[in-house]
Design a protein around this ligand. Structure first.
Ligand SMILES: NC(=O)CC[C@H](N)C(=O)O
Length: 335
């Protein structure tokens, strides 16, 4: 059942408009739920298999605090690769973008998120972008101050500032990842060999796997998307949280690399900066200048989607369908 939470008056004069948009959203979620059967919950991290693959939910948050939600919008899940967006932004805030970009590039790979191949093919082994595991491990090693606790804190405090609440780490998922992180360990050792790790391998892994294990809901990621939609300004809290340049680079990274090796198709057929995670989350951004008059949010919005059944690339199957439907029906593409 869809819901409308109207916190402030917005451009739609009547609650009736919002009810109509909410009914559309509800219909699309219930229709796209059939696609959950076409995917499976990630199994290479054993704890993620406990999710209910039939779930699908969405939350959209506008600049005036208006919320539209439908389906399993109250579900909670771990951030997984969506955390890479936040750690990149946190590192840029901590050290400045030029220092971060000395350690990780902003070029898409077209390879799987956990691929190791390019680290050896291209010298000197600088990771291609912070949205693949290699780049995210480098960023995790840079974060905050010296200890893994301080690094995790840098990440957690940025999430708290954007979502207005402090999330927790799902210990079961963290332990499950830690015990099975063989490829991530290999990547981290490789990065260390080439000088792209700023702390010890096990510390970088701890920080990276903890950021992946942060428990979150669709509303939280919609709120982070909203801050990006407004170039780093939090329109509800009325506070500039990210420097403009950081927000812009992050959105460019989401468009070019955010949906793994399906990023090109997402750009072509959905046309929104988006980032997915293997637990089934998708965070999407409708920039404030790209909102459409046909949509409930002409001044842009953040979108949080959850659907744990993923495809072979690692993106939520039904979640991707739903995002495509929302973007096409409400004419949200930035292109
Ligand atoms: N694509 C993802 O969401 C991957 C995150 C996961 N923790 C990993 O490192 O493999």
């Amino acid at each position: 059942m869809s819901m409308v939470k109207e916190t402030l008056p917005n451009h739609h004069e009547t609650t009736h408009d919002l009810q109509r948009f909410a009914a559309q959203l509800d219909k699309w979620v219930e229709h796209d739920r059939i696609y959950t059967a076409k995917g499976e919950c990630a199994s290479y991290i054993p704890a993620l298999q406990k999710a209910d693959p039939a779930q699908l939910g969405v939350v959209m948050v506008g600049a005036d605090g208006t919320v539209l939600q439908a389906g399993d919008s109250e579900a909670s899940f771990t951030l997984q690769s969506i955390s890479k967006v936040i750690s990149f932004m946190a590192a840029c805030i901590d050290f400045g973008t030029s220092y971060v970009l000395d350690h990780v590039d902003v070029e898409p790979t077209g390879d799987a998120f956990n691929s190791i191949v390019r680290l050896e093919l291209h010298k000197p082994g600088k990771p291609f972008n912070p949205m693949i595991n290699a780049g995210a491990l480098t960023v995790a090693s840079m974060l905050g101050k010296r200890t893994p606790q301080e690094k995790v804190e840098s990440f957690m405090s940025l999430i708290s500032r954007m979502t207005g609440r402090r999330p927790t780490i799902n210990e079961e998922v963290f332990q499950s990842e830690w015990m099975t992180a063989h490829r991530n360990r290999a990547l981290a050792y490789y990065l260390q060999e080439n000088g792209y790790l700023e702390c010890a391998v096990e510390e970088a892994l701890e920080v990276y796997l903890k950021q992946c294990s942060v428990e979150i809901g669709p509303t939280d990621i919609a709120m982070i998307g909203l801050v990006l939609a407004h170039d780093g300004y939090h329109p509800i809290l009325k506070e500039q949280i990210l420097p403009l340049q950081v927000a812009r680079i992050t959105k460019a990274l989401m468009v070019t690399c955010g949906m793994y090796n399906a990023s090109g198709k997402f750009a072509a057929f959905i046309g929104l900066p988006a980032k997915s995670g293997v637990s089934g989350g998708i965070m999407a951004v409708v920039p404030s200048h790209a909102g459409s008059s046909q949509s409930p949010f002409p001044n842009g919005c953040g979108i949080g989607i959850y659907g744990p059944a993923i495809d072979e690339v690692g993106n939520s199957v039904a979640g991707s369908r739903l995002l495509k439907q929302i973007a096409q029906e409400w004419d949200l593409s930035i292109f």
